[in-house]
Design a protein around this ligand. Structure first.
Ligand SMILES: Nc1nc2c(c(=O)[nH]1)N[C@H]1C(S)=C(S)[C@@H](COP(=O)(O)OP(=O)(O)OC[C@H]3O[C@@H](n4cnc5c(=O)[nH]c(N)nc54)[C@H](O)[C@@H]3O)O[C@H]1N2
Ligand SMILES: Nc1nc2c(c(=O)[nH]1)N[C@H]1C(S)=C(S)[C@@H](COP(=O)(O)OP(=O)(O)OC[C@H]3O[C@@H](n4cnc5c(=O)[nH]c(N)nc54)[C@H](O)[C@@H]3O)O[C@H]1N2
Ligand SMILES: [Mo]
Length: 697
């Protein structure tokens, strides 16, 4: 008897679109997976990657059983063991380390957003490591520069309802490859364009989004704050500011106006940003006069030393013109803070022993090589992440992972570059095999993911593994013996306080409703424009153009331009050796390092490439198609040159993030990236990276 079942699932990957997926299951096997037509944002279609999610689920390379290392570290030689042996080994090692003079803080959990699910992403894992007293991980690899900048300026993320951009008439993709990294928003932008909107993209690289825009403005990497301040100069100079909005809802307009007028003259801004004065003037005038004006500010532009200041300056613009007043106006960084999940319940930060140290995940190299204060890292537990591929300063990360005295556990779906260095490998379930609930950072729906199929082979979900480990460690059952559905139901009971997240957003939403109805829109006004009348989440309740809190910390209280760490203008010494600014954003076929092992997608991406301007190629004897080496003091990687005008002279671009095991030289672009941090949020600076390029003879 054939039994057909339709299950609503949620794409778990690190992407603002958090799509709703409809899975058809036949006799216990998922046979079809497609985008949910009933989800207004997903709109019935998925990206090219997740269209192949079933290839991922049923891939012959899925990790099937727990394994223990038998060969040298990094050799990828393992033998199968039982779950009992795996859990006993890990618990035994954790107990031994916790009882040693180094203590539990020499155990480091390492996770990011392999799944964005609230349960498999950040619930029992946090409880487990908090209860153990392990080092805390500061999860800075992606978003914290902009998050910190938004908190200071707006008291929450730069947020509007992305569906409202249908009403926008001036759209700026600012450091955002929207058509690739947020493609369902791009669809709405495209519709707005049909209704008369103009689409502008500010990006040093002619990304797929820049190519499809009405106007591509190539900017010198890491100089966006100067451009934003230059726009402010022109807005104020020409009387395009909204004095009423500034006076009622903002702090420090007078001071900021003075800075912009005195310090950010168009000539100076042009020389910093490489954008001609005429274009800066035109951009400022269009932005200041066409409404609703909307800025999609994304993560790409934050990955520079001054990334926090860049976001802070950009998100001040809608306050100066009053663009926040309009439905479809304002700026969007992330909608994640609109969801009042009870994270304290899920993660139990109260269990963290006082004085526990925090390790910045961007500085894994330093942590593993014993260069940070505190006890050495003796054990590393990796899940939801692939640091051997995605972390900066890769040569040193790998050196750390090769340490014989480091005990490494990797819980994964696949034998990734990181899993190659594990002492114990544990097989993980995919999204079709476990339960979860999801917020989104790019729309305003909450969703439940029902398991469509049983776990394949011996795979276990993250939470199930932490339940086993907690049992073995003798931790309190009341903290861990709670089902995923119970955790979800309780996490939806929002604490009722504060302005952001809006405490009423979950009113009328509970787990039963999510399971019954599928995606449910947060309980927000239909035409949501949160800052139309102020209502900022800052201590003053205003948009803090001037921040007294920053002034008290001895920092610049206002937006300003902070040059990149590795900037040819301010570091001519370094640029003499390494004159090119390298950007290394993800390829459209990959999701950071996820999906590189899916054959059809890898074939489409083909091989690591380096896009460079004809002038930079010619002076190096490089022609289109030449194999090249890209290098600096930190390391080198190989790629094939694509010579063209997708970049300006002085900038080169490689798309990633390749698995090291699939590149010609066994490493990827992160051999050249640095662990230097951003000005706000201590985040990664992947795109702040000077290199030299040579043809391989
Ligand atoms: N297909 C696909 N989608 C994804 C991802 C993926 O890997 N693949 N990753 C997901 C994740 S984790 C994230 S964080 C988001 C990221 O979403 P985006 O921020 O859109 O992604 P990026 O491509 O990293 O960066 C966007 C653009 O910023 C440009 N850029 C770099 N430096 C600067 C600068 O100094 N100024 C300006 N103005 N632009 C600059 C880059 O050239 C790039 O084209 O995407 C998510 N969506
Ligand atoms: N050069 C360069 N480096 C970058 C970036 C860049 O643009 N350029 N982008 C940076 C950014 S924005 C980000 S967000 C980070 C992303 O870094 P990561 O969060 O490490 O992202 P992925 O590379 O997608 O790796 C996630 C891993 O989690 C695994 N996984 C998925 N689901 C589960 C699960 O349920 N359980 C377990 N245990 N594992 C699971 C997947 O198989 C995958 O191997 O990379 C950063 N690194
Ligand atoms: Mo990210």
């Amino acid at each position: 008897m054939t039994e057909l079942k339709i299950v609503k699932a949620v794409c778990p990957h690190d992407c603002p679109d958090t799509c709703s997926m409809v899975v058809t299951v036949k006799d216990g096997k998922a046979v079809q997976l497609k985008g949910d037509a009933e989800h207004p944002f997903t709109d019935g279609f998925l990206c090219q990657k997740v269209n192949h999610y079933l290839d991922r689920v049923y891939h012959s390379d899925r990790l099937k059983y727990p394994m223990m290392r038998v060969g040298p570290k990094g050799s990828g030689e393992f033998r199968r063991i039982s779950w009992d042996e795996a859990i006993a080994t890990i618990a035994g090692k954790f107990r031994e380390i916790a009882a040693s003079s180094d203590g539990p803080q020499s155990i480091l959990p390492y996770s990011y957003a392999g799944t964005m699910g609230k349960l498999q992403g950040s619930s029992l894992d946090r409880r487990f490591f908090h209860r153990l007293g392990a080092a805390l991980l500061d999860r800075t690899i992606c978003a914290t520069a902009g998050a910190a900048a938004c908190d200071i300026t707006l008291g929450t993320r730069a947020v509007i309802d992305p569906e409202m951009t249908i009403h926008s008439r001036y759209i700026i993709n600012w450091g955002s490859n929207t058509s690739v990294t947020n493609m369902h928003l791009w669809t709405i932008m495209h519709r707005a364009r049909k209704a008369g909107a103009k689409i502008v993209t500010i990006d040093p690289y002619q990304s797929p989004t820049a190519k499809k825009s009405d106007w591509w403005i190539p900017i010198r990497p890491g100089t966006d704050a100067a451009l934003a301040l230059g726009i402010m100069h022109i807005l104020w100079r020409d009387g395009l500011q909204d004095d009423d909005y500034l006076q009622k809802y903002c702090l420090g307009a007078e001071q900021l106006r003075e800075r912009a007028l005195k310090e950010y003259l168009p000539n100076r801004v042009a020389s910093i940003t490489g954008i001609p004065v005429a274009d800066i003037e035109k951009l400022a005038h269009e932005y200041g006069t066409i409404r609703p004006a909307f800025i999609r500010v994304n993560y790409g532009l934050q990955r520079h030393g001054g990334g926090g200041m860049a976001v802070r300056a950009i998100i001040c613009l809608p306050a100066i013109t009053g663009a926040w007043r309009d439905v479809g106006g304002g700026a969007l960084l992330s909608t994640s803070k609109l969801y009042p999940f009870d994270n304290n319940y899920l993660e139990r930060p109260d269990l963290v022993p006082p004085g526990t140290r925090t390790i910045n995940m961007t500085q894994l190299a330093e942590a593993l090589l014993g260069e940070l204060p505190g006890p050495p890292v003796r054990a590393l537990y990796v899940y939801n992440s692939n640091p051997a591929a995605i972390c900066p300063d890769q040569s040193r990360v790998l050196k750390g992972l090769r340490r014989d005295d480091l005990f490494t556990v990797v819980h994964e779906q696949f034998q990734t570059d990181t899993a190659d260095y594990a002492d114990i490998v544990l097989p993980a379930t995919t999204q079709l095999e476990h339960f979860d609930i999801h917020n989104s950072y790019g729309h305003v729906y909450v969703q439940a993911n029902e398991p469509a199929i049983a776990p394949l082979f011996e795979a276990k979900s993250n939470n199930d593994v932490f339940r086993l480990l907690a049992r073995k460690m003798g931790f309190e059952p009341e903290l861990f013996e709670i089902s995923d559905e119970e955790l979800a139901a309780r996490a939806l009971k929002a604490p009722k306080s504060g302005l952001y997240p809006p405490p009423q957003a979950f009113d009328g939403i509970d787990l039963n409703r999510l399971k019954r109805e599928g995606p449910v829109r947060l309980n927000l006004p239909k035409e949501y424009a949160p800052f139309a009348e102020g209502n900022f989440g800052t201590p003053s309740g205003k948009c803090e153009l001037y921040s007294a809190a920053l002034a008290r910390q001895g920092r610049d209280p206002m937006p300003n331009y902070t040059p990149p760490h590795e900037d040819p203008q301010t570091r001519p010494d370094l640029a003499a050796k390494y004159p090119l600014q390298l950007l290394c954003p993800p390829a459209s076929e990959f999701l950071n390092s996820s999906f590189v092992n899916i054959e059809v997608l890898r074939k489409r991406a083909n091989e690591p490439t380096l896009e460079m301007h004809p002038a930079d190629a010619k002076s190096r004897g490089i022609v289109d198609g030449s194999p090249v080496t890209v290098y600096n003091d930190r390391g080198s990687f190989q790629a094939r040159a694509i010579v063209g005008t997708t970049v300006k002279p002085g900038v080169v671009v490689t798309l990633g993030v390749w698995w090291n095991s699939y590149t010609p030289d066994g490493v990827n672009c992160n051999t050249t990236t640095s662990t230097a941090l951003t000005d706000f949020g201590a985040a990664a600076t992947f795109f702040d990276n000077l290199v030299q390029v040579e043809a391989i003879p």
